[in-house]
Design a protein around this ligand. Structure first.
Ligand SMILES: Cc1cc2nc3c(=O)[nH]c(=O)nc-3n(C[C@H](O)[C@H](O)[C@H](O)COP(=O)(O)OP(=O)(O)OC[C@H]3O[C@@H](n4cnc5c(N)ncnc54)[C@H](O)[C@@H]3O)c2cc1C
Length: 453
C-alpha cells in the first residue's frame, strides 16, 4: 500500500521531531517514520530503582528557541535549571581544580601558564589571521595560546562536547563562531564582542537545563503533538525519484509499504542517510559515509552519600587525556537537579570512549562500570562500591566535525541541488548540541514551507 503525503520526515530524533512539528504547525500535512519503538533518538530518560537516568544527553543549554518551543508545547513549567554558579572541575596532577569561568579568573588561575595568558593579551591587543585551509582545534590553540591550555582545558572541553580529538576536529566546523571572530576581527575576543553587539533582542543568560522527569519530556511532548503523524517501528529503506518530481520511499515494518511524498526530510544519522540517497546520487552515499562518529559509553553509578567523601558541589569534572585515565569526565547529576537519586544517595554519570579511545566502548557493561568506579573512587574519596549501576553504549554517539567536514557538507549540498524537494536535518550539520539540532530543524522546516509555498 502506498500512502501519499505532502511531506515525509525520516527519523524521529529531536531533529526529525522538531522539523515535523514545525511543518504540522504551519499546516503542512506531514508523516514521520521512526525505525525504533520510541521517538526521541539518543534522548532517552528512564526511571529505575528510584534513580532518574539519562541514557544519552544529561542536560542541554537553554536557548531562546528551545525555551519558546517548550512554552508552545506547554512544558516550560517542567524545565529545571542547574545552579548557575555550579563550578566545573578539571583533573590536574591528580586533583580536581575549578575551571576559570571568566577572563579575570583565567588571568589569575594557576592552572594556566604564562604563555597562554600572554596569548590572550596578544589576541586582545594584536591581530592574527587564520590560515586559508582547514585548521584543527589543536593547531589553533597551539598557534594562539599554548600546549598546556590545549591539554588542560581545551582538550577536555572538546571531549565534553564532541567526545572528539582536538588533533582532528576542524576549528571552522566545530567552533564556527570563534573561527569567524578571528577571521573578521583579527582577534577572537574583539570579534566575539562585535558578534555579541550585532545580536538583537535581550541578552541571553546561558543556562543548563533538563525537565523534572528528564530530557525525554521534550521528545515525548513533540511526539504527542504529532500524534498519528508519527509511525514508530517503521524504517525507510530506499528513496526513488518519480516522474512527477515527487519521491517514492519504501518502508520496512509498520503498516504502510511505501510512501509517495512531495517533500522528504532525512533526519537520520549519516550512514543511514547515505544509504537512503544511494539511488539518487551514489557520491552522496560515500560523502556521508566519510563522516566519522565517536562511540561513547554512558555509565551511571549510584552511591550512598555516606560513602562519598567529596562534597560533589558542582557540575562534575573533565579529564585531560594526559591524566592517563579512560573516563572522559563525570557529571554529578544529583548535585545539579532534584529527584535524580533516592534520598541519601548520589547519582554520578561518567563517559568513556570518544574519538581518542574507540576500544573502550567495546568493553562489557561490567568492565565499564568497574573501570569507572576504579577511576573515580580515589578522586571523590569514595569508600564503598556503587549500590546501583546502568551502562549504555552508543557505538555511533556523536558525529565528528573533523578536518574537511565543511567541504564534505558543501559537496553534499551541491549534489543535492538537483533535488530541491529533498532536505537534510541532523546533528552532523550545524552542531551536535540539542539546541543546535532544534535550530537547524526549524530552519529546514522554514525552507520546506518556502518551497511548498
Ligand atoms: C552520549 C551522548 C551525550 C550527549 N550529551 C549532550 C548534552 O549533554 N547536551 C546536548 O545538547 N547534546 C548532547 N548530545 C547530543 C545530542 O543529544 C544529539 O546530537 C541529538 O539528540 C541528535 O538528534 P538527531 O535527531 O539529530 O539524531 P538521533 O537522535 O540519532 O535521531 C535519529 C533517529 O533516526 C532514526 N532512524 C535511523 N534510521 C532510520 C530509518 N531508516 N528510518 C527511520 N528512522 C530511522 C533513529 O532510530 C533515531 O531515532 C549527546 C549525545 C550523546 C549520544
Amino acid at each position: 500500500m502506498t500512502r501519499h503525503v505532502p511531506a515525509l520526515v525520516i527519523g524521529g530524533g529531536i531533529s526529525g521531531l522538531v522539523c515535523a512539528y514545525a511543518l504540522q504547525k504551519a499546516g503542512v500535512e506531514v508523516l514521520l517514520v521512526e525505525a525504533s519503538a520510541r521517538p526521541g533518538g539518543v534522548i532517552n530518560s528512564i526511571s529505575r530503582d528510584g534513580y532518574l537516568l539519562e541514557l544519552g544527553p544529561q542536560s542541554f543549554s537553554g536557548t531562546a528557541q528551545l525555551r519558546g518551543l517548550c512554552s508552545e508545547l506547554g512544558i516550560a513549567e517542567q524545565l529545571l535549571e542547574a545552579p548557575p554558579r555550579a563550578p566545573r572541575y578539571v583533573l590536574i596532577n591528580g586533583r580536581l581544580r575549578a575551571v576559570p569561568m571568566s577572563a579575570p579568573a583565567f588571568f589569575l588561575s594557576p592552572l594556566i601558564d604564562g604563555v597562554a595568558k600572554w596569548g590572550l593579551v596578544r589576541d586582545i591587543f594584536g591581530k592574527s589571521v587564520p590560515p586559508d585551509g582547514d585548521e584543527s582545534v589543536a593547531s589553533f590553540i597551539r598557534r594562539k595560546f599554548s600546549d598546556q591550555l590545549l591539554d588542560r582545558l581545551v582538550g577536555p572541553f572538546v571531549s565534553g562536547v564532541y567526545a572528539g580529538d582536538p588533533e582532528t576536529l576542524s576549528m571552522r566546523s566545530a567552533f564556527p563562531m570563534v573561527h569567524e571572530a578571528e577571521k573578521a576581527g583579527g582577534s577572537i575576543v574583539r570579534g566575539m564582542m562585535r558578534l555579541a553587539k550585532k545580536k538583537t533582542g535581550p541578552r541571553e543568560r546561558p543556562t543548563l537545563n533538563t525537565f523534572r522527569e528528564g530530557n525525554e519530556t521534550l521528545v515525548r511532548a513533540l511526539a504527542n503533538r504529532l500524534g498519528r503523524a508519527v509511525l514508530t517501528r517503521t524504517s525507510a529503506a530506499t528513496i526513488y525519484k518519480q516522474n512527477d518530481g515527487s519521491f517514492h520511499v519504501s518502508l520496512e515494518g509498520g503498516g504502510n509499504e511505501s510512501v509517495s511524498a512531495k517533500r522528504v526530510i532525512c533526519a537520520t544519522p549519516t550512514d543511514v542517510t547515505g544509504r537512503l540517497l544511494a539511488r539518487l546520487d551514489p557520491t552522496c552515499e560515500s560523502l556521508l559515509a566519510s563522516v566519522e562518529y565517536a562511540a561513547v559509553a554512558v555509565v551511571s553509578l549510584g552511591y550512598s552519600k555516606k560513602d562519598v567523601g567529596h562534597s560533589l558541589d558542582g557540575f562534575g569534572f573533565l579529564v585531560p587525556r594526559s591524566a592517563g585515565l579512560r573516563i572522559l569526565g563525570t557529571v554529578w547529576n544529583s548535585s545539579l537537579f532534584p529527584c535524580r537519586a533516592p534520598d541519601g544517595y548520589a547519582l554520578l554519570t561518567a563517559f568513556v570512549g570518544g574519538a581518542t579511545d574507540a576500544a573502550a566502548a567495546k568493553l562489557s557493561s561490567e568492565e565499564l562500570s568497574n573501570l569507572v568506579h576504579r577511576e573515580i573512587a580515589p578522586l571523590l574519596s569514595i569508600k564503598n562500591v556503587p549500590t546501583f549501576c546502568n551502562v549504555t553504549v552508543w557505538p555511533r554517539a556523536l558525529p565528528q566535525y573533523n578536518l574537511g567536514h565543511g567541504e564534505r557538507l558543501s559537496a553534499i549540498a551541491q549534489k543535492l541541488e538537483r533535488f530541491p524537494s529533498l532536505f537534510l536535518a541532523g546533528n552532523y550539520l550545524r552542531g551536535p548540541a540539542i539546541g543546535s539540532c532544534v535550530e537547524q530543524a526549524l530552519a529546514v522546516a522554514e525552507e520546506v514551507k518556502a518551497k511548498a509555498g
